[in-house]
Design a protein around this ligand. Structure first.
Ligand code: GUN
Length: 289
């Protein structure tokens, strides 16, 4: 079993990005500028946005963090997005999801100009991705593709099960892995809460991407010997062993599944780090547009 180490791969990719930022500044151009908007007090969202802003600083990007209380109106949020759309010194805009119920995520995503939508969630960008046109690819599936590429894993012809059908992960992941690319060329089955024979399907899989948001959902009896396991889950569970009172576990029962696999991503230290890296690549791309 080999760990797919997000720390190693993301460090490598971040070094490449840093060089490209230096080239921009040597040419007298400003560095990429990402705006991150956080609404409310969700601890996981706060942590993710904090990591994104910190990574911007590490890479020499400019960043602006805008925070709103839970009760901000949809109108105020949309107006702020529009002002960033019009600001020539801003390349990328992201609004951390999920949002409070009184704010339409759909409206928020559609208000971000597609040329600044570094999350790749805008219908224009998702449409371009479906057509294999160059665009911003959603960061988590993009990061997973970068990781498979880094380790030189040949996925062509493999059976892949993606567990989860979200717009952010499961659906774009299924599309990317089924495309005529390397990595890619998989036969993909997308599973979800209504799938009847999940265990049987997983047992046929050469690759499982678990993105269902349920702690330790994928157990050893669902995994074929030698399978590749990609764990997208970042679930907080209570723990008496940590100061914070919680710890992170993935959607995969790592301890029991790992001995059966050829490759597996750890949580933390796997896909999460790749997601941030992919977002930074998208922001650099936005700067070039
Ligand atoms: N919430 C969970 N994942 C993401 C992401 O990739 N981008 C944003 N904006 N919100 C998220």
């Amino acid at each position: 079993m080999q760990l797919l180490d997000g720390k190693v791969v993301s460090t490598h990719i971040k070094e490449e990005i840093k060089k490209q930022v230096q080239e921009l500044t040597w040419a007298g151009k400003r560095p990429p500028h990402l705006v991150a908007i956080l609404v409310g007090e969700n601890p996981a969202s706060k942590a993710y946005v904090g990591s994104k802003v910190k990574t911007c600083a590490e890479l020499g990007f400019e960043s602006t963090l805008v925070t709103y209380s839970e009760d901000v109106s949809e109108k105020e949020l949309l107006e702020k997005i529009i002002s960033f759309n019009e600001d020539k010194n801003v390349d990328g805009i992201l609004v951390q999801l999920p949002l409070p119920k009184h704010i339409s995520e759909e409206k928020v995503i559609e208000t971000i100009h597609h040329s600044k939508d570094v999350d790749g969630f805008h219908p224009v960008n998702l449409g371009k991705m479906m057509l294999s046109l160059p665009t911003f690819v959603p960061a988590t599936p993009y990061g997973i593709m970068l990781m498979l590429q880094h380790y030189g894993i040949k996925t062509s012809g493999m059976n892949c099960v993606v567990i989860g059908r979200s717009n952010i992960v499961g659906t774009p992941m299924s599309l990317l892995l089924s495309r005529n690319t390397e990595p890619g060329n998989c036969t993909v089955t997308m599973c979800h809460s209504r799938t009847k024979n999940m265990k049987e399907l997983c047992l046929e899989a050469d690759i499982i991407v678990a993105a269902i948001g349920k702690p330790r959902f994928v157990t050893a009896d669902m995994v074929k010997e030698g399978a590749i396991i990609i764990d997208v889950g970042i679930n907080r569970i209570e723990s008496t062993e940590t100061k914070s009172g919680y710890r992170l576990v993935g959607d995969v029962d790592f301890d029991n599944v790992a001995p059966k696999c050829s490759y597996i991503t750890p949580v933390p230290g796997g896909v999460g780090l790749m997601t941030i890296c992919a977002l930074m690549k998208n922001t650099l791309l936005a700067r070039g547009k």
